[in-house]
Structures are given as C-alpha cells and as structure tokens.
Design a protein around this ligand. Structure first.
Ligand SMILES: CC(C)(COP(=O)(O)OP(=O)(O)OC[C@H]1O[C@@H](n2cnc3c(N)ncnc32)[C@H](O)[C@@H]1OP(=O)(O)O)[C@@H](O)C(=O)NCCC(=O)NCCS
Length: 128
C-alpha cells in the first residue's frame, strides 16, 4: 500500500497497485484569525476507505500522514466533525487511537439518537 499527497486537491490518497482504496480530504479554516496570515489550524473534512480494505489500518495511516504534514507546517490544532449516524460511533475510536479528544457533541434537533462530535488534537506539544 502506498500513500500519496495531492496538495492541489488537498487529499491524501491510499493506493494498492494502481487502485485508489482510500482517501482523506482536508482543508484550512478561513476565519478572522487567518485572514491576514497563514492558517494555524487544519480540518479533516472526510476519511473514506473502500469497504473491502477496512479494519487493516488504512484510515489510521491516512490520519498519521496528515498529522505529520500538519506538524511540519507548524500548525497548532487538527480538528474534525464526525458524520451524524449513530452506527459510526465505534469507528470514532479511530480518532481516539490517533490521540484526538472529543471536545463537543451536537445532537440532532429532530432525532435525539444521532449526533455529530467534534474531535481535536493539539500538534505543537503533547498537551491536548
Ligand atoms: C471509518 C473508516 C474510515 C475506518 O477506516 P479503516 O481503514 O477501516 O480504519 P482502521 O483500520 O485504521 O481502524 C482504526 C481503528 O478504528 C476503530 N474502527 C474503525 N472502524 C471500526 C468499526 N467499523 N467498528 C469498530 N471499530 C472501528 C478500531 O478501533 C480500529 O482499530 P482496530 O482495527 O485495531 O480495532 C471506514 O470504515 C470508512 O470509510 N467508513 C465510511 C466513511 C466514514 O464513516 N468516514 C468517517 C466519517 S466520521
């Protein structure tokens, strides 16, 4: 399995032979603090691994790659809001294993069984 980085599309890609088997899409927040300077934080927009290749550490590799890239750029926080389905809950361990901490939970207004969670990891030291 090979990992590559496309800076233009802001995607980290996982390949097996020539087939793409997973990707991580990221972006930079555009808030008031970044208007006149370089971004200080990075957001994981989505992580996806082809069904046939799940539970073999591919998403973990994609996440550790984006963490390394962000650290090299001197960024401070890496954050993500999860999808809303409750069946995703078990997979959230993926982020905890990579050192992310759950910082917030936002319930759905109409369906109390679904919620989206904010996970964050501090990159500039071991304090999270
Ligand atoms: C979530 C997803 C990206 C995980 O990809 P993956 O390559 O299978 O993840 P990894 O093999 O690196 O898993 C790392 C850890 O996460 C946890 N995990 C991942 N998927 C899990 C699942 N379905 N059930 C329980 N735990 C899970 C486990 O702790 C796992 O470690 P382990 O296998 O040693 O127990 C993949 O299932 C996927 O693409 N799902 C659809 C898209 C999606 O839900 N994206 C995330 C939106 S928040």
């Amino acid at each position: 399995m090979k990992i590559s980085h496309n800076k233009k599309t802001k995607k980290i890609l996982a390949h097996l032979d020539k087939k793409q088997i997973g990707y991580l899409k990221y972006s930079f927040p555009r808030d008031a603090s970044t208007l006149n300077s370089k971004p200080r934080n990075i957001i994981i927009d989505y992580v996806y691994v082809n069904k046939k290749f799940r539970r073999s550490g591919i998403a973990s590799k994609l996440i550790s790659e984006i963490i390394q890239i962000a650290k090299k750029q001197g960024l401070v926080w890496i954050t993500l809001w999860t999808g809303r389905q409750s069946e995703l809950e078990e997979s959230f361990r993926l982020y905890e294993k990579a050192g992310f901490k759950q910082k917030a939970i936002q319930g759905d207004y109409y369906d109390k069984n679904i919620a989206t969670r904010l996970f964050a990891k501090r990159l500039d030291n071991d304090y999270n």
